[in-house]
Design a protein around this ligand. Structure first.
Ligand code: GUN
Length: 296
C-alpha cells in the first residue's frame, strides 16, 4: 500500500520558514504585502482566495482582496492593476483565474509589473523560467517540485509523465522538471487530449502527474508498480450525503491507485496546500527584491 505524501505537513514546514523570514523583514521595518484581485462569483475561486488570504495572515503578510462584480469592464480592472503596480506597500499582485468571458486573461496578466507577478504567469517570468533563470516560478509547479524533493522523490534522472498541458500546471511543470537544475533533470513526457495510447506512456512513468481536470481519470491499470503519483485535480462531484452537496475528488482514482503506487498525494491535502505555500514564498521573494534585501 502506498505511502501518502502529506502536502499539508510539507506546506506547514515551508510556511514556518517563510514566517521566520517575514519576521526578519519586520525587524527592518518592512511589512510584506499581497493584493489579490477577484472578479465575479466563481465559488471555487472564492474558496481559493479565502485560503490564500488566511495563509497570509498566519505568516503576517498584509493581504488585501479586491473584489469586483462579474460585469466590471476590463478597462476598470486594468486601471486597478496600474494602481497596485505603483503602491510601495504591495509587493505581490495576483489575479485569480478564471476570469469572466469578457475579460482577456492575457491582457490582465501582462498588465501586472513582472516584479510583482507572484503567480509567475507574466510572459517575462515564463520566459525566464524557460531559459533557466527563474525569478517567480508558477506556484503549483513550484509546489509539486518541492513536494517531490522534500518527500524523498527527487525527479533527477526519472521519467516524469504529465497529463494535461495547461498554462497553470502541466506545461510549466514540464519545463521546470526538465531543466538542468537541482530538483529537476527529469526526462519529461507531456500528454494531452490528442495523445495516442496514453496508458502505454503512463505505465512507463516513474513519476506520474495528473493535471487534466477529469475526476478519477487515472486508474490502477495505467500506473507502473512503485510509481510516485501526484494528483493535481480538484473536481467537485455531487454528493447528497455531504453537507455542502458535493465532495472533492482528484484526477486519480485514489482507492485503486494506492494499491500499486509507492507514494501518492491525497485530494484534498496534497498539492493544494503547496500552491498556497509557494505563493507566500514568491511574495516574500518579491518583497526582498523590491526592498533590495538579498534573497537567501
Ligand atoms: N486559478 C487556478 N490556479 C490558480 C493560481 O495558481 N493562481 C491564480 N491566480 N489563479 C488560479
Amino acid at each position: 500500500m502506498a505511502e501518502i505524501i502529506d502536502g499539508k505537513k510539507i506546506a506547514s514546514e515551508i510556511k514556518e520558514e517563510v514566517k521566520s523570514e517575514i519576521e526578519k523583514l519586520k525587524s527592518k521595518g518592512i511589512t510584506v504585502g499581497l493584493a489579490a484581485v477577484l472578479v465575479g462569483e466563481d465559488p471555487p475561486s472564492q474558496v481559493y482566495i479565502g485560503m490564500k488570504s488566511k495563509a497570509c495572515q498566519k505568516v503576517e503578510i498584509y493581504s488585501e482582496v479586491l473584489k469586483f462584480p462579474q460585469q466590471t469592464p476590463e478597462s476598470e480592472l486594468l486601471s486597478q492593476i496600474d494602481v497596485l503596480n505603483k503602491r510601495p506597500d504591495i509587493h505581490g499582485i495576483l489575479v485569480q483565474l478564471p476570469l469572466p468571458f469578457h475579460i482577456k486573461e492575457d491582457k490582465m496578466i501582462q498588465r501586472i509589473d513582472p516584479k510583482k507577478d507572484v503567480d509567475g504567469f507574466h510572459p517575462f517570468n515564463v520566459g525566464m523560467m524557460v531559459v533557466g533563470k527563474p525569478i517567480f516560478l508558477p506556484c503549483t509547479p513550484f509546489g509539486i517540485q518541492q513536494l517531490l524533493t522534500r518527500s524523498g522523490n527527487d525527479p533527477s534522472g526519472k521519467h516524469v509523465v504529465i497529463l494535461g498541458r495547461g498554462n497553470i500546471v502541466g506545461r510549466p511543470l514540464s519545463i521546470l522538471l526538465s531543466q538542468k537544475a537541482p530538483g529537476a533533470n527529469a526526462t519529461v513526457t507531456l500528454c494531452h487530449t490528442k495523445t495516442d495510447n496514453m496508458s502505454e506512456l503512463t505505465k512507463k512513468a516513474d513519476i506520474l502527474v495528473a493535471a487534466m481536470g477529469k475526476p478519477k481519470f487515472v486508474t490502477k491499470d495505467m500506473v507502473k508498480k512503485d510509481a510516485v503519483v501526484i494528483d493535481v485535480g480538484v473536481n467537485r462531484i455531487e454528493d447528497p450525503q455531504s453537507k455542502k452537496g458535493y465532495r472533492l475528488v482528484g484526477d486519480v482514482d485514489f482507492e485503486s491507485v494506492k494499491e500499486i503506487a509507492k507514494s501518492i498525494t491525497p485530494v484534498p491535502g496534497g498539492v493544494g496546500p503547496m500552491t498556497v505555500a509557494m505563493l507566500l514564498c514568491n511574495t516574500l521573494k518579491a518583497a526582498k527584491l523590491q526592498t533590495k534585501i538579498s534573497v537567501l
